[in-house]
Design a protein. Structure first.
Length: 406
């Protein structure tokens, strides 16, 4: 494949579109719209698609099946349409190649590159952040660039797009889940680079020079002008990507300082304060206690109000040191419900485990918070009754919003 292609990933609203438009303004580099290729490949049998006996028909069928529905209209748009190539051209390209996943993606991106008379292609899909392992498997020598942005600004930005989140807390939890999913990869992969959105908009020349050094290209001043390449990335002309074709605006960084309430910022720092430190973002709050969040982060938006109360009570949800033990113990939801304590089921064994945990907690002079369902449903059934009776001497308040001391 010659010089290896380049991949750009990141949580949505972190600047992936801006970075890809800047690289596309380079004389040697091309970058089209988001392919969502690896997200579509993930549930697919890649060996079947690449089987020699059906090559390249199965591969062409897979490529032509990739469609993406936008949020401006309900009409889906095919990947080939976005890249201005047709199935016949893809098939002709693949007939000359050995069966492989890399060649299937290249059949679209390389044809697009050739039309622009460029020599190296870039692929940008933010949600490929969840599929970095697949990228590395099929493109072992490709540079992968992750762009990060202050999660508070990401959460605020996600509230402004039709496909985003309704509440700030939900955006923070979303950022946290995606960052955790890719953390190990970027800490251990030697061909990956992480840059910050804030550096890209405040010091674009220096940041792009570092990116060019990393990918083995020479910096070009043309990369600072995205007035043309922005439209190539934003093929649907959606309003939330319109700024990519405009002059850089450094004020887009640190918007949270003006737009967040102190309580919202305290929740954000309670949830992702350790990652703010890791990416050199400022923190304003000092927390005195630590509580461990459940492993299933998808349940957290349901308890956002209660977690905000805990954060305001100086509770953080990340370890200050690797061996720190919780001084606050949390239970989420009604016993017997599907999300109780982030378990898929609960049983008599779970009830006695909780009783033992609470007893140890009281002996250790730690705090106990039982956060009931935020809809205020009554605790019905034998398990809640039994727990309520057994825990009553410990004064554990079972409440949706307020903390209780054991």
């Amino acid at each position: 494949m010659g010089t290896p292609p380049i991949f750009i990933v990141g949580v949505q609203r972190s600047g992936t579109t801006l970075l890809s438009a800047m690289l596309a303004a380079h004389s040697r580099l091309s970058c089209g719209a988001e392919t969502h290729f690896f997200r579509k490949l993930s549930p697919t049998d890649a060996q079947r698609v690449c089987a020699r006996e059906t090559w390249p028909k199965a591969a062409v069928d897979f490529v032509t099946s990739i469609r993406h529905t936008g949020f401006v209209s309900s009409e889906s748009k095919a990947l080939l349409e976005k890249y201005q190539v047709d199935a016949a051209s893809v098939e002709a390209y693949l007939r000359e190649k050995e069966p492989s996943v890399a060649h299937i993606l290249s059949s679209v991106t390389e044809l697009y590159m050739a039309k622009r008379q460029k020599q190296r292609w870039v692929e940008k899909t933010p949600d490929h952040l969840l599929h970095t392992g697949m990228i590395r498997t099929y493109f072992p020598n490709s540079p992968i660039i992750r762009i990060v942005r202050d999660p508070r600004d990401v959460a605020l930005s996600l509230m402004k797009v039709p496909w985003g989140v309704k509440r700030f807390a939900e955006g923070v939890f979303y950022w946290d889940r995606l960052e955790k999913s890719s953390r190990d990869f970027f800490e251990g992969d030697r061909l990956s680079l992480t840059i910050r959105f804030e550096d890209l908009v405040s010091s674009p020349t220096d940041t792009l020079k570092a990116v060019c050094d990393f990918i083995g290209e020479s910096f070009e001043a043309s990369m600072l002008d995205t007035s043309n390449t922005g439209a190539e990335i934003n093929t649907r002309n959606v309003p939330w990507k319109s700024k990519v074709s405009q002059a850089l605006d450094a004020s887009r960084a640190t918007a949270w300082k003006n737009d967040l309430s102190p309580r919202e910022n305290q929740l954000a720092e309670a949830v992702v304060g350790d990652r703010l430190d890791a990416f050199r973002y400022p923190r304003e709050v000092a927390f005195s206690r630590f509580a461990e969040l459940p492993a299933d982060l998808d349940v957290l938006p349901k308890y956002a109000d209660a977690l905000e109360v805990l954060a305001a009570d100086s509770v953080r949800f990340w370890r200050a040191t690797p061996d720190e033990c919780p001084t606050v113990h949390m239970y989420l939801g009604q016993p017997g419900s599907l999300d109780w304590a982030a378990r898929s089921t609960s049983s008599a064994k779970d009830v006695f485990t909780v009783l033992a945990d609470v007893t140890r907690t009281v002996v250790s002079d730690h705090s106990v918070y039982w956060i009931a369902d935020s809809d205020g449903r009554a605790w019905d059934g034998w398990m809640p009754f039994f727990l309520r009776t057994c825990l009553s001497p410990f004064k554990v308040q079972m409440n949706a919003y307020g903390p209780a001391q054991a």
